[in-house]
Design a protein around this ligand. Sequence first.
Ligand code: SAM
Length: 122
Amino acid sequence: MRIADLGCGNGAWLCDLHDEFAKTGLSSQLDGYDINPINFPVPAFLPSGIQLQQLGIFNPSVDLTGLYDIGHVRTFGITLAQTGVATLLSAVLAILKPGGYLQWEESKVVKFLIHSPPSPGI
Ligand SMILES: C[S@@+](CC[C@H](N)C(=O)[O-])C[C@H]1O[C@@H](n2cnc3c(N)ncnc32)[C@H](O)[C@@H]1O
């Protein structure tokens, strides 16, 4: 099975999926694409079967047409405000094989706070 994670960030979702597949013995090729590779782990820390590549999904520099059984998107909401839902759907549908699946996860974020404890001794 061939699966693409679009806007994959640090590849965490693909790594979790790889672990789940390992339990079942399912074989897969897991490909992550992100316009900004800054959060990619170094390849030596990625399980075999996962590849991450720098790629803007709305104007891909390589042809991914019809390659994937599943396309996954998670927390793309901020980008959607600029591009619109239809543009994202077109990009994902283009990479799917006939009958392929899209899995799309978003959360309704009204307020996002990160609290850090005070430094010791201050
Ligand atoms: C909020 S992060 C989510 C990362 C990952 N999906 C996750 O859930 O951990 C959104 C990601 O989308 C990427 N992104 C934004 N626009 C993109 C584009 N046009 N093509 C590919 N990736 C893009 C960003 O660089 C960022 O890593």
